[in-house]
Ligand binder design. Sequence first.
Ligand code: GLU
Length: 447
Amino acid sequence: MEQEVKAFMDQVEKRNPHEVEFLQAVQEVAETLVPFISKHKIYAGKKILSRIAEPERLISFRVCWVDDAGETQINRGYRVQMNSAIGPYKGGLRFHPTVNQSVLKFLAFEQVFKNSLTTLPMGGGKGGSDFDPKGKSDDEIMRFCHAFMTELFRHIGPYTDIPAGDIGVGAREIGFLFGMYKKLRNEFTGVLTGKGLSWGGSQIRPEATGYGAVYFTESMFKVKDQTLDEKVVLISGSGNVAIYAAEKCIQLKAKVVTMSDSSGYIYDKDGLDTEKLAFIKELKNIKRGRISAYVKVYPSAVFHPEKSPWSEQCDIAFPCATQNELLEEDARELVKNGCVCVTEGANMPCSIEAVEVLQKAKVLFAPGKASNAGGVATSGLEMTQNALRYKWTRLEVDEKLQEIMRSIHASCVEYGKEDGGYVNYVKGANIAGFVKVADAVIAQGVV
Ligand code: GLU
């Protein structure tokens, strides 16, 4: 079987040379799906995985805008429309200097499986720009977002492709993007998700990815008749996913001892509480400051510059920052220090080697395409509310989100349970996500 996986990957590599992140995401899926496909005659020989690994459309465009100093700036914008077999393309926009075609193709590829797992009818896509929002004024952000949308608008629509946020794209950016879309099209539709509550947004959307990751973790512990009560938790990142994963952990009485940003991590031996988290929320979302400011206000905490938190003792780790932030060595440290569960809040934060170490040690490991699907699932609920011209309450959306996360967990167990009872959530998520898309691909013929 290794030969078959290699033969498949050779093909993909030939078509996508040097796209390291994209090849990593495809490899991770191929390792469990190639054997599954060859065992199931209805899927074998139809090149379904090869078709899913080829974007249906890939748009790249120039974005010119003028900064506060009157200087002309040039960035590159993208939208990867990966797969629309089960619904319109759906996925976020990332604004970050590391954005390139490979990163967006990996994210779009993951999104196809993730969206399929949510149980909602959404295809997969992703987009963004190498624009760096760090240090930019609100006016500069607005001018960039408006310029970006003057091209993107012709490729998207509520029945075609529905972008949302990701790293560097939050409520502020979605507002500016929506404003320009509405002006250009002269129509008020649910073309973007993550909108403000007074103009078509859904309750719980900002919280959904972080909350969902914790709900998924609760389900994993439930299988072992355990709760998150008193579990020691490491979280990386301090964006939306990290903040709301921390909030839900605190509500469930777990002890969150770390958070981080690109400058390093803070360790608070007493654990975060609601007040401390409110400080981080304001620091990050309003003041747009650095995480090190935390130890000035809470001096019993320690700031570790230029490091990630994976060498600290914990029961559960939530990597919630970015791709490849938890490597093989980090995984070994976690296992050595007694960690029993790693839940990916970000997209592909663990390298393939790190996942191997964790799975070998029988650590519960939740891949992002399952455990962080709560964000896009709630985007799907936002689309439904927009289509209905209706609004659900916070409680209603939260209940639906919990139900979806439980259902994703159940699908992973169905396809991922191994002899001896260990659940391989990677295998489970890949197969469950694939089956639904593959059935639709077959039904629709070679198009
Ligand atoms: N960017 C998020 C993700 O990685 C959300 C996408 C969306 O809401 O469309 O799933």
